[in-house]
Design a protein around this ligand. Structure first.
Ligand SMILES: C[S@@+](CC[C@H](N)C(=O)[O-])C[C@H]1O[C@@H](n2cnc3c(N)ncnc32)[C@H](O)[C@@H]1O
Length: 251
């Protein structure tokens, strides 16, 4: 029997870290190729859903090479945007892209999503795109996002999901489980089987309603989600409960 491309929780941090360090130099190319550039639209939609305003502070976790951080900054040039990731190579590429862009706020900070190096309630908006699926403990990752979001601020998650329409689902599964791993592994040349891990991690990720429930369990309220591109991705939005509301819920 073939070995599962999904590591268990204990090995996941190490596995994910070394995989992204290995593919960092090809990550942007593969993203655009394998998503037919839809990823840009999805990030733009996510940035708009954050409701950032001038003077606010946003944190993009698992920020990789910075594309959602840049979309946030383009959406609201007067906001401060911090980009955090635990892979130095990804942030280095993000920093050089930011220099080439020559506009907007982008401050890279090395940090683990499960133990963010930020104080409670430090940010108005906390985002993650295609990253929360990779953390070893999903609930802990969402709870960390909620912890660093100020009461009334937003936590926003962009993640792959499975399309609901049977026809689209069949075509998507064929592409996602057969074509994408072969293409991705060949182009990335990392030897990490990263693009076999990708579909396996998406297929084991909670469905949109389940993810919304988890967000509520982590102290987020007014949780809702939008499905995009026939349900290939979902954008979940939640607000950090005020301290008074959290006390009422706990009582
Ligand atoms: C699929 S990439 C997404 C990057 C970027 N957000 C985007 O939209 O292209 C996932 C990123 O999550 C980061 N990551 C995974 N687990 C992490 C963790 N526990 N702490 C911090 N970063 C993590 C990886 O290093 C990688 O850069």
């Amino acid at each position: 029997m073939a070995e599962s491309p999904l590591p268990d929780e204990d090995r996941k941090r190490e596995f994910v870290h070394s995989m992204f360090a290995g593919i960092a130099h090809r990550y942007d190319l593969l993203n655009s190729l394998l998503s037919a550039r839809f990823d840009r639209r999805w990030r733009r939609f996510t940035a708009k859903a954050c409701g950032l305003q001038d003077g606010m502070r946003a944190l993009d976790i698992c920020s990789g090479t910075g594309d959602l951080a840049f979309a946030l900054s383009d959406n609201c040039p007067g906001a401060t945007v911090i980009a955090s990731d635990f892979v130095h190579e990804m942030l280095t590429i993000g920093a050089s892209k930011s220099r080439r862009r020559g506009r907007g706020s982008y401050a890279p900070v090395l940090g683990d999503a499960l133990d963010l190096p930020f104080a409670d309630a430090e940010f108005d908006v906390v985002t993650v795109a295609f990253g929360i699926r990779n953390v070893a403990n999903l609930k802990q990752g969402i709870a960390e996002m909620a912890r660093v979001t100020r009461p009334g601020g937003r936590a926003v998650i962009l993640e792959f999901t499975e399309p609901r329409s049977p026809v689209l689902r069949r075509a998507y599964m064929l592409y996602f489980t057969r074509v994408l791993p072969k293409l991705g592994n060949a182009i990335s040349g990392s030897g990490h089987d990263a693009y076999s891990y990708l579909p396996a991690s998406v297929l084991s990720f909670p469905a949109p309603d389940e993810l919304a429930t988890m967000m509520r369990e982590c102290g987020l309220v007014n949780v809702r989600y939008h499905l995009k591109t026939g349900g290939i991705v979902a954008v979940h939005i939640g607000e950090r409960a005020s301290a008074a509301a959290a006390d009422r819920r706990a009582a």
